[in-house]
Design a protein around this ligand. Structure first.
Ligand code: C2E
Ligand code: MG
Ligand code: MG
Length: 731
């Protein structure tokens, strides 16, 4: 800056003053001359003239200073050159812009010379390689300006140059540092052109596209040229009103619209827009996000939340919603709403024997048939597993529901062909009707379910309407459950023992432990009633444990050759550690393991996992024996006999009953005896009630048996007495 501050002095010495100053000077010297002319007229005149000249010079100097001050205020760099291209005057901003050459700027120095030095030093990257040509072109522009042009400096800055010739042949030049502007432009290009999001710039008034990035071209399938000939309305087929966030001036507007692409596809988009000036025009920057797939996914998710994936039928959630709608409608219009709960009979068997994939296919086919039978305005749904339901939103009489139920049973019961397997499956239906059986969805479903269970226990493949009395049954069942919990907690269950007899000599060789529940008001509740209840409610683990411990403890009091048999429920293999429980019962009582027989039914092996088999082997490794109970009543007994080498088979009493008079059961008993002898297993016949039963079995070679003929189950005290009597008789 100090060099510039000296400037007026340089300028005065070289006589190269700014035009107005020069004019002042000329006028001043003219006055001087006239003063000299009048010199002769007297000394006073001379002195007057000098004063005038001094004042003129002072004026000129002040004008120059004002000009300089004005130039310094300018935001641009400014330079004045004379008609030979020599520096006359420049401001500090100019010196700052060319800070690398600022030391060269002197009044009277030629711009061409400073330019050459700068080029030689590499200040102008564009000159590199053809310095002379570049300098020539630059000078050509200097003297014949053709509008603004840009100049890059080696430190990365970009300068906008604007030059104009002056009337005296000199040049006024303006310099503006546009580096920041250029960078903004470059980053806009980068963000716009290379952005993966489709973007447009459109005219704010005409909506004509002024620019479209590569992503926009690709997404919409139009070339840039095509797009630039279009406007936003050519793409848009439907759109929301602009939702303007008026809070801040920079807030963007967000709208969802439907657009079409060049191939006619309709896409759903969210468009973000923001105002900007684009090449001097009022414009809008529009970024477009295609949400077509997201919308489809959302729709799919909503569908999946309301439909069953396997059968595509509505699920419980949607079914409940529609029930609610139908019941609300019925409140207004009257009539009946029917709900049919549908459950397949023995579906588990298909799953267990043929595998889940076949079970799934069967469910799909069943769903199709249920759908086919229901009318358009009825709704078929899958509530879970093999449970389906049909909602009949308006019906004039419950009789229509009975007809529909029978048609459903008939349709579902027709044979199926699934992957080469011919299958049949029955179905049972429970029906509840609003308003008679309840007026809200929950109660109706519960009551339809109750009717369904009644149908099941009445022999399946049938339908039942709900009746109030069923509710009473269900309540009784809940009461029984509570009583059983109480009995277990208060240790009021008993274990009785039924003798096992050697049929060759009628000697008692063991006892089977059987649970007895003395109920305060109902007398003895049979195990067939409370064991399944205990299995359903999970109480069976505690119950089973109790029987094991009590029976082992009781058996220790018997003579050592008398064996003990204890029944194990399949549930004890699924939950609870049956192995540890048996081991503990033996340890606590001190009973020799080889005196204990564990009776299991085929259903233990129904879900025949390696784990169950491993349990059985581990139990036998303890020294206890394993019997198969109720043989012949299950599904595929023979394969179970191969799955585990049982010690004993107990022929179910249904084969023993009527044995002497029935050729067929006799044939079966004979076959079982032959099978067991081939497999080295012992056989016990259950349910011997008469001398004739006994004689027949003995004749067939059956060596062990139990039944009312010998004794029913008795309490421990009676067992002890019986054993003592036997002992005495032998003695
Ligand atoms: P189960 O293991 O087959 O027991 C034999 C059942 O046949 C007993 O019925 C017994 O009283 C009955 N019975 C014995 N001889 C005759 C006869 O000559 N004629 C007739 N009609 N029946 C006879 P109960 O005691 O009612 O037990 C029924 C079932 O309950 C048992 O069948 C068993 O599966 C289950 N159960 C009983 N106690 C227990 C237990 O402690 N644990 C488990 N898991 N189940 C048990
Ligand atoms: Mg048994
Ligand atoms: Mg049995």
């Amino acid at each position: 800056m100090s060099g510039t501050a000296e400037e007026p002095i340089h300028a005065k010495r070289s006589g190269k003053l700014w035009q107005p100053a020069r004019n002042l000077m000329q006028r001043a010297s003219a006055r001087c001359r006239s003063a000299v002319d009048t010199l002769t007229s007297g000394r006073t005149k001379i002195e007057n003239a000098r004063a005038v000249a001094d004042a003129a010079i002072a004026n000129a100097t002040a004008a120059h200073e004002r000009l300089r001050a004005a130039l310094e205020i300018l935001p641009q760099g400014i330079v004045f050159l004379d008609d030979e291209g020599r520096y006359i005057l420049w401001n500090q901003k100019y010196a700052d812009i060319y800070k690398r050459s600022a030391d060269l700027f002197k009044v009277g120095v030629r711009l061409e010379d400073t330019l050459r030095i700068g080029v030689a030093r590499g200040d102008y990257p564009e000159a590199k390689g053809n310095e002379e040509a570049w300098i020539k072109e630059r000078l050509e522009l200097l003297y014949n300006p053709r509008g603004p042009h840009e100049q890059n400096l080696s430190d990365g800055r970009c300068i906008l140059i604007e030059e104009r010739r002056t009337s005296d042949g000199g040049v006024i030049g303006l310099r503006m540092d546009i580096t920041a502007l250029k960078q903004r432009e470059a980053s806009f290009r980068l963000l716009f052109d290379d952005n993966p999001v489709p973007m447009f710039v459109l005219h704010r008034d005409t909506q004509a596209f002024l620019a479209a990035n590569a992503a926009a071209q690709a997404h919409y399938g139009y070339s840039r040229a095509k797009l630039l000939a279009m406007n936003l309305n050519d793409l848009r087929i439907e759109h929301d009103e602009l939702v303007e966030d008026g809070e801040t001036p920079f807030a963007s507007e967000v709208v969802t619209s439907k657009h079409t692409t060049s191939d006619g596809r309709v896409i759903e988009v969210v468009a973000f827009s923001r105002r900007l000036d684009y090449e001097g025009m009022p414009a809008i920057l529009l970024a477009v996000i295609d949400i077509t797939e997201r919308k489809q996914a959302e729709a799919r998710i909503a569908y999946m939340a309301h439909h069953d994936a396997l059968t595509e039928l509505p699920n419980r959630v949607l079914f409940r919603q529609h029930m609610g709608d139908a019941l609300a409608q019925r409140d207004r219009t009257g009539g009946f709403v029917g709900v049919l709960c549908i459950d397949l009979d023995n579906f588990k068997l298909v799953n267990d024997t043929l595998g889940h994939p076949i079970g799934d296919r069967l469910l799909q086919d069943v769903a199709q048939r249920i759908k086919r039978v229901t009318r358009q305005r009825d709704m078929a749904a899958r509530l879970g597993g093999d449970e389906f339901a049909v909602l009949v939103p308006e019906t004039k009489s419950p009789q229509e529901l009975a007809i529909l139920a029978q048609r459903l049973i008939d349709a579902v019961s027709e044979p199926y062909m699934v992957e080469g397997h011919a299958l049949t499956v029955g179905t049972t239906i429970g029906i509840a009707v609003a308003p008679t059986d309840g007026e809200d969805a929950d109660r109706l479903l519960r009551n339809a379910d109750m009717a369904l269970y009644r149908g099941k226990s009445d022999g399946k493949s049938t339908f039942r309407f709900f009746e109030q009395e069923m509710d009473a049954k269900a309540q009784a069942r809940r009461q029984l459950e509570a009583d059983l919990r109480f009995a277990v907690a208060n240790d009021s269950l008993e274990v009785h023992y039924q003798p096992l007899v050697d049929l060759t000599n009628n000697d008692v060789i063991g006892f089977e432990a059987l649970l007895r529940w003395p109920h305060a008001t109902r007398g003895y509740v049979p195990p067939s009633e409370f064991v399944p209840l205990a299995e359903e409610t999970g109480m069976i683990t505690a119950l089973g444990n109790f029987v094991l411990r009590r029976a082992c403890a009781d058996a220790v009091a018997w003579p050592s050759h008398i064996k003990l048999a204890v029944n194990l429920s399949p549930m004890q293999f699924r939950v609870g550690n049956v192995f540890a429980n048996v081991k503990n019962a033996l340890a606590l009582s001190g009973l020799q393991p080889d005196r204990l027989d564990l009776e299991i039914t085929e259903s233990v092996l129904l879900d025949r996992t390696d784990q169950v088999i491993a349990h059985l082997h581990a139990l036998r490794a303890l020294g206890v024996r394993i019997s198969m109970d109720d043989f012949g009543t299950g599904y595929s007994s023979l394969s179970y006999l191969r799955a585990f080498p049982f010690d004993k088979i107990k022929i179910d009493r249904s084969f023993v009953r009527d044995l002497p008079n029935n050729r067929h059961t006799l044939a079966i008993v004979r076959a079982i005896l032959g099978l067991a002898s081939g497999l080295d297993m012992k056989v016990v016949a259950e349910g011997i009630e008469t001398q004739a039963d006994l004689a027949c079995l003995a004749a067939e070679g059956c060596k062990e048996g139990q039944g009312f003929y010998f004794s029913e189950a008795r309490p421990q005290a009676e067992v002890i007495k019986l054993l003592e009597e036997k002992q005495r008789r032998v003695a």
